[in-house]
Design a protein around this ligand. Structure first.
Ligand SMILES: [Zn+2]
Length: 385
């Protein structure tokens, strides 16, 4: 059993300990110490990193009461080592974890919902509760959580006696066994947890809910606390300032400026489409071959071909076909359509003679022909109705 210094004091970030075991592990080493302030992963909080005698501690985990430290170099058993924890990383995690308990406690008190999931990601903390909470209700929860931070009430961890545990008002009674560690935010929450927490709510700094959405019949809430919330605000402010500059928009009016920009883009798109339609029709050259109205225009896309085939079918009862290619390529795109005739036989002819590929319906087909327009003309001249 390793003496876990973090259980009684979350603020130990340097300590001395004796190496008890050192074994090879995944091309590195795993170390057991007589005592440690390194928190192993647990309760939704990730493992601490840091150094043992200047040797990097990459990962920390606990098994059967023993804490293992994965390190990059060998440390001889019997050596007394100095442990240094990456303190800012740990402290920011403590801010997020205590903030998460606070939010969960307030939600439980107000709505009776339970925390059924907690994940401390790199960019965001997610918390799942087993009931639906509206955005308006979450705003109220966030307000109350920040009031608890202003009150600066104590947060303490303790292991109650079995008899006390049974009488105690604890957020989740599931899996409560004797010897379990309880973390209490005075007046707000009491919950079983193995992780280190800040000592007073004031140190959480701020709780900011970022997003929420329905999840498995409940609600997933995304939040950040303390320094991570400050960093998040910095990024958002930097983005907003950049958008203000790009759109020459005053502060507080970026959304309106983006909306106007999108409206103009939409109007330009409509205008461009209309001009492209006119251009395609102006470029279209039509000839009648074997009762098929055959149109051709250079450098068109399918939208252009569609405009042309629509125009062509208005004035022609029989089969209409429009093709487009470029000077440098042999292939052509095509659309074949007819208001009154079945085009199947004509399409079969294009497939047999030119290996045309594509698909559609009995009176409409589009695709590609691996031939230039001259070869297409010859094939249609040989078409027999
Ligand atoms: Zn916890």
């Amino acid at each position: 059993m390793t003496d876990k210094l973090f259980e009684n004091d979350s603020y130990i970030n340097e300590f001395e300990a004796k190496v008890l075991e050192c074994a090879e592990y995944k091309e590195r080493y795993k170390i057991v110490l007589d005592k440690t302030a390194f928190f192993p992963e647990g309760g939704g909080q990730k493992a601490d990193t840091g150094f043992l005698n200047g040797v990097k501690v990459i990962d920390v985990w606990e098994k059967d009461g023993t804490v293992y430290h994965e390190v990059s170099e060998k440390l001889e058993p019997g050596t007394v080592v100095k442990g240094e924890i990456d303190w800012l990383q740990r402290f920011y995690r403590m801010q997020n974890h205590s903030g998460e308990h606070l939010i969960s406690g307030i939600i439980h008190a107000l709505y009776g919902y339970n925390n059924v999931g907690f994940h401390m990601g790199h960019d965001v903390v997610t918390l799942d509760v087993d009931g639906r909470i509206s955005i308006g209700e979450l705003k109220d929860v966030e307000e109350r959580a920040n009031e608890a931070i202003y009150e600066n009430v104590p947060i303490r961890a303790f292991v109650p006696k079995k008899s006390d545990l049974e009488r105690m008002d604890i957020r989740s009674k599931i899996d409560l066994t004797e010897g379990i560690r309880i973390v209490e935010i005075e007046g707000y929450d009491r919950c079983a947890c193995c992780a280190p927490h800040v000592a007073k709510t004031g140190e959480i700094g701020i709780v900011k809910i970022l997003n929420s959405y329905p999840n498995k019949g409940g609600t997933r809430i995304e939040l950040l606390c303390g320094h991570d919330a400050l960093e998040y605000y910095r990024k958002k402010l930097s983005d907003n300032t950049e958008i203000m500059k790009l759109l020459s928009a005053p502060d507080g009016q970026t959304a309106e400026a983006v909306r106007k920009l999108l409206d103009s883009i939409s109007a330009y798109k409509t205008e461009i489409r209309s001009l492209k339609d006119k251009l395609a029709l102006a470029k279209l050259k039509v000839q009648k071959i074997n009762s098929v109205a055959v149109g051709y225009l250079e450098d068109a896309d399918f939208d252009d071909l569609r405009v042309c085939i629509n125009q062509l079918t208005v004035g022609n009862d029989g089969i209409c076909a429009v093709f487009s290619g470029t000077e440098n390529t042999d292939g052509c795109m095509y659309i074949v359509s007819s208001e009154s005739s079945d085009i199947a036989k004509f399409m079969q002819h294009l497939k047999d003679t030119l290996n045309a590929k594509g698909g559609g319906k009995s009176n409409y087909s589009q695709g590609k022909v691996p031939a230039n327009f001259g070869e297409i003309i010859k094939a249609i001249e040989n078409y027999r109705v």
